[in-house]
Design a binder for this molecule. Structure first.
Ligand SMILES: [Zn+2]
Length: 289
């Protein structure tokens, strides 16, 4: 194993969450995380470990991010006000890096690749370069998730095997040219290392790709043991976790998105999973409950 995200590698840790590592089915009580916060400047990197898996949260966007209240047009003012969300819903653009013991360095999504993107900075904080990313899993093909895969016409992750939903890929290839330009360019650049999975497939590191369609035609969530990387299941978690019936306007198929959100949230509750979301506010994860 070339890299191990031991604490010695970390100059800074914004947040650490540990769950006891034990086999078999855990009770609700033992799933409660022991949480330790460390704030150093405005760092946005966080690490937490569950069983043999370590997941690192890397916020890609440089500043604070609020999803505008107008994104959730169906949510009534009275509810939004009661939650104190009139001015927007705390959010982020995030990626997650996973290390499985004796296994792999896997990145989930890549952020926007904007000039002020912090993904490279986040990797460097861990002593990693883009060349160290062995596997890249994509939740879907929106620009804030695949934008970081290319820098102009150059691939950013020269050694990564890329995993994406076949349903997502096929759907995008049917879209008008102006909508799919970034997707076509990016997938072409990685085509020799692109693996299109079916829902239910097990990927390297024992990660399972699960169907979560609605936001996009092939939107995928990834499960690694007790961790569920949920992509864009929720854009405004402070509203949608308790009220999954409300969509952000980004959801392409609202009916499917609502059904998926309810189903996945129940799955998380039933199994005591910890969610890692690409638009969750700090610290990027929500422990199972
Ligand atoms: Zn997104």
């Amino acid at each position: 194993m070339k890299h191990c995200f031991g604490k010695s590698l970390w100059g800074v840790l914004a947040f650490a969450l540990m769950l006891s590592a034990c086999g078999g089915k855990k009770s609700k009580a033992t799933d409660e995380p022991t949480r330790q916060d460390t704030t150093i400047g405005s760092r946005t990197v966080a690490e937490f470990s569950i069983d043999s898996t370590t997941l690192v949260w890397i916020q890609d966007n440089a500043g604070d991010k609020l999803m505008p209240r107008t994104l959730f047009a169906d949510a009534p003012d009275s509810l939004v006000s009661s939650l104190g969300l009139e001015n927007g819903i705390p959010s982020s653009v995030s990626t997650f890096l996973m290390e499985k013991k004796d296994s792999c360095v896997m990145l989930f999504d890549t952020g926007n690749g904007a000039p002020d993107s912090r993904l490279m900075d986040g990797l460097a904080q861990m002593g990693l370069s883009p060349a160290d990313v062995r596997y890249l899993c994509l939740t879907h093909f929106h620009g804030d998730h695949i934008g970081g895969m290319m820098r102009a016409d150059t691939v950013v992750f020269p050694n990564a095997e890329v995993y994406a939903s076949k349903v997502e890929y096929d759907a995008w290839m049917q879209m008008p040219d102006e909508q799919k330009a970034l997707v076509v360019k990016t997938m072409e650049a990685y085509k020799n290392r692109l693996h299109l999975f079916q829902f239910g497939d097990t990927l390297p590191g024992g990660v399972v790709a699960l169907e979560a369609v609605g936001h996009t035609p092939g939107h995928t969530v990834f499960q690694a043991g007790k961790i569920l990387v949920v992509g864009d299941l929720m854009h405004g978690v402070a509203l949608q976790k308790e009220h999954p019936e409300f969509c952000a306007s980004y959801d392409r198929d609202k009916e499917a998105a609502v059904a998926t959100r309810k189903r996945i949230l129940k799955y998380v509750r039933d199994n005591g999973l910890t969610m890692a979301g690409m638009h969750f506010p700090a610290p990027g994860i929500i422990a199972g409950e």
